[in-house]
Design a protein around this ligand. Structure first.
Ligand code: SF4
Length: 334
C-alpha cells in the first residue's frame, strides 16, 4: 500500500480565551492516502474546521496555537517548516476552499486577475500561459462563458459561480491535497449537488487527495471514500463510508444518521439528536458525549474511552467497544 500523503498524529490545537483554555482540537489522528477522499463530519463546534486550519497553519494567532502533535505531509512534518516554507506549500501542494467564497475573493480585482495571481505567486505559469490556463480552469469548473467571467468582478457572479471560481483558484497549481471546508453549505440544494459532483470528478481526474469538512453526513456518500466523525475535539469513529453509513458503531454517529431527513422519508420516525456540543473550554469528564448518549453506562461518566480498532480500517472511541489494543497512544485524560 502507498504511504499516506497526509498523516495527522495526536494533534492538539488550543486557544487562549477570556473563558479559559479552549481545547478545540484535542488529540486527533488520521491518515489520508494519495487519491483518497476523506470527510470529517461533526456538528458546529466539534473542531473539524480548526483541524483543517491547523493543517494549513492558518490558526488565528496569537490566541490560537498548536500545542502538540505532528502533521506529516509527503513524509515531512509541516510543523517543523518555517513560515516561508509553509507559504510555498500553501496554494501549490495544499489548497483550501471555504464555505463563503466572498471572504476569500478580493472584491476589487477581476476573476482573471485573481486566478492568474494564484499561479504567479508560485511561479508555475506566467504571461499568456497563465491566461490560457485561467481560461481552461474556468471551463473545467463548468463556467459557460470563461472569457466573460475572466473580466468580471466577484460581486457580478452568483454564489455558485463564485464557489466554482474558488475551486478554479484552488486547482490552479495542481495541488496534491485539497481541503474543502463546508464548500456547499451556503448554496441552494441544486447548486450544492453540482459542486459536489464537480469536486468528485476533479478529484478523480487529477488524482489529488481531498479532505472534505462538513456538518452534513448526508453528502459524504456522494464523495468520500472514508469518514471521520468528530465530537468535542476528538474523532469518535472512523470507517469506510459505506460501512459507517450502513452500520454505525458510535452512538453519536448513530444519532447523526438517524436524524438524516432521507431516513425519515423512508418511514422511520423523525429523530432529533438532543442537546449541543459543549463549549471547548469545558469539555465534560469521562466520555465527552455522555450527557447526550442514550446508551450511557456508569463508567462513561468518569472514564474517557480509548480509541479502539474494530478491524483493519475502522476505529471507535466508546466503552461499548472495548479492545485490548488502543489505537492512539496519547489519550487525553479528560
Ligand atoms: Fe455513550 Fe458511553 Fe459510548 Fe460515550 S462511551 S458514547 S456515553 S456508551
Amino acid at each position: 500500500m502507498n504511504p499516506p500523503l497526509l498523516e495527522v498524529n495526536s494533534l492538539r490545537t488550543y486557544f487562549n480565551t477570556p473563558a479559559g483554555l479552549s481545547r478545540a482540537v484535542d488529540g486527533v489522528s488520521f491518515a489520508l492516502l494519495p487519491g483518497e477522499t476523506m470527510a470529517i463530519v461533526g456538528e458546529s463546534g466539534s473542531g473539524k474546521s480548526i483541524t483543517a486550519l491547523s493543517i494549513m497553519q492558518l490558526v488565528p494567532e496569537p490566541a490560537g496555537f498548536i500545542e502538540s502533535g505532528t502533521i506529516q505531509f509527503n513524509g515531512k512534518d509541516l510543523l517543523d517548516l518555517t513560515w516561508e516554507q509553509m507559504r510555498s506549500i500553501r496554494g501549490r501542494q495544499i489548497s483550501m476552499i471555504f464555505q463563503e467564497p466572498m471572504t476569500s475573493l478580493n472584491p476589487v480585482f477581476t476573476i482573471g486577475f485573481q486566478i492568474r495571481e494564484a499561479m504567479l505567486t508560485h511561479g508555475k505559469y506566467r504571461g499568456d500561459a497563465a491566461t490560457a490556463r485561467a481560461h481552461s480552469l474556468l471551463e473545467r469548473v463548468g463556467m459557460n462563458s470563461p472569457d466573460k467571467v475572466l473580466r468580471q468582478y466577484p460581486h457580478e457572479l452568483s454564489g455558485g459561480m463564485r464557489q466554482r471560481v474558488m475551486i478554479a483558484i484552488a486547482l490552479a497549481n495542481e495541488p496534491q491535497l485539497l481541503l474543502a471546508d463546508e464548500p456547499t453549505t451556503a448554496l441552494d440544494v441544486t447548486i450544492q449537488a453540482q459542486i459536489l459532483t464537480l469536486l468528485r470528478d476533479l478529484q478523480r481526474d487529477t488524482g489529488m487527495s481531498m479532505l472534505l469538512i462538513t456538518h452534513d453526513l448526508g453528502i459524504v456518500s456522494q464523495v468520500a471514500d472514508k469518514v471521520a466523525v468528530m465530537y468535542a475535539g476528538q474523532i469518535v469513529e472512523q470507517a469506510p463510508t459505506r460501512d459507517l453509513l450502513s452500520n454505525p458503531h458510535h452512538p453519536y454517529t448513530q444519532g447523526l444518521i438517524a436524524s438524516l431527513p432521507s431516513r425519515s422519508r423512508r418511514g422511520n420516525a423523525l429523530f432529533t439528536l438532543e442537546g449541543v456540543v459543549p463549549p471547548p473550554t469545558r469539555w465534560p469528564g469521562g466520555c465527552r458525549f455522555h450527557d447526550r448518549c442514550s446508551k450511557r453506562m456508569e463508567i462513561c461518566n468518569t472514564q474517557m474511552p480509548s480509541t479502539t480498532s474494530q478491524g483493519e480500517y475502522r476505529s471507535v472511541r466508546c466503552h461499548l467497544y472495548p479492545s485490548a489494543e488502543a489505537v492512539t497512544s496519547q489519550e487525553p485524560t479528560r
